[in-house]
Design a protein around this ligand. Structure first.
Ligand code: SAH
Length: 289
């Protein structure tokens, strides 16, 4: 058999720009942020260090950022000086702007020839309405790019020492939202099927409806001693975690209020936290993650 040739040095070993620091980014060919286009970007769950390089590049080259409530203000400090910041979330009890108005605004800004950075928490396509916004942009003939982000339901859990999957506990995971457009527990979810379909269920926007959801899962055959864990403000210095079981959840929530935003995890996978809870006091001093 022919001897395979010696491997060439990995490209990342070659110094491309200055040897250290962010200046090296300048040596990379980032995609152009063309005027009159929209980038729909996930900023990750909160910690600025969990942004992607494309997200950072977009922040450094955009003209305007249209951001949601879940985007950590610390992340906005990374936007270039001079870019406009527009808030598109709920504020001070006022109703949130209609999705339609936000999309129309994006189209309007793009028509003005701006480089529009639409910044969302986590991943834009994970319960973030990114799909709807992208569809509307496509319908309006606006050129767009999607930059995925780390979703709170995966990356946020990692900061609480909870792997979304682990070979000893689960070979599948279900992601679902705990409330529908009216705020109620979603009726079009087959809760009995969900109860048995996967050992791990990761729920977004689910704190308020947890008692009903826990009942529905138990009615569907899920054991009462199954752990349920609330990971609040994941990846941020004030992250907190509360743990109980499905059977005790209703009573637990009468005396405990998980701060929001929170991810709710059902399943034994959260038991790995006992060993893997790594985001501890001293590590929370970093402003990056
Ligand atoms: N696109 C986002 C989710 C938007 S829906 C993502 O991929 O993460 C909003 C829900 O996300 C919140 O109700 C909460 O369940 C969850 N969430 C977002 N950021 C969070 C955080 N830092 N910690 C815990 N949950 C978070």
């Amino acid at each position: 058999m022919a001897k395979s040739p010696a491997p060439s040095p990995a490209p990342w070993i070659e110094p491309k720009g200055s040897v250290s620091g962010f200046a090296r980014l300048d040596a990379e060919t980032f995609p152009d942020f063309t005027p009159g286009t929209v980038w729909l970007v996930g900023a990750g769950p909160g910690a600025p260090g969990l942004m992607s390089l494309l997200c950072y590049h977009a922040m450094q080259t955009c003209d305007v950022v249209v951001y949601d409530a879940l985007v950590n203000p610390d992340i906005l400090r990374w936007v270039r000086v001079g870019a406009e910041l527009e808030y598109a979330g709920k504020r001070g009890g006022k109703p949130s702007p209609k999705q339609r108005d936000i999309t129309l605004r994006l189209i309007e800004l793009a028509a003005q020839g701006k480089r529009v950075l639409r910044l969302k928490g986590g991943d834009p396509f994970m319960f973030g309405r990114g799909g709807e916004e992208a569809q509307n942009l496509a319908n309006a003939g606006v050129t767009f790019r999607i930059v995925p982000g780390i979703s709170s339901g995966i990356g946020g859990l990692a900061y609480a020492g909870i792997p979304a999957t682990h070979r000893d506990t689960n070979h599948s995971v279900i992601f679902l939202t705990g409330h529908d457009a009216t705020g109620a527990m979603p009726a079009n979810v087959d809760w009995a099927a969900v109860a048995t379909a996967s050992p791990v269920i990761v729920m977004y926007m689910a704190v308020k409806n947890t008692p009903e959801i826990a009942d529905a899962l138990m009615a569907g055959g899920r054991e009462a001693d199954c752990p349920i864990t609330f990971v609040s403000n994941a990846t941020l210095p004030h992250q907190s975690v509360l743990e109980t079981t499905l059977g005790k959840a209703r009573q637990f929530l009468e005396t405990n209020t998980p701060p929001t935003p929170a991810i709710v995890v059902v399943g034994k996978v959260s038991r790995w936290r006992e060993m893997l809870d790594w985001y501890v006091e001293g590590l929370r001093e970093s402003t990056v993650g």
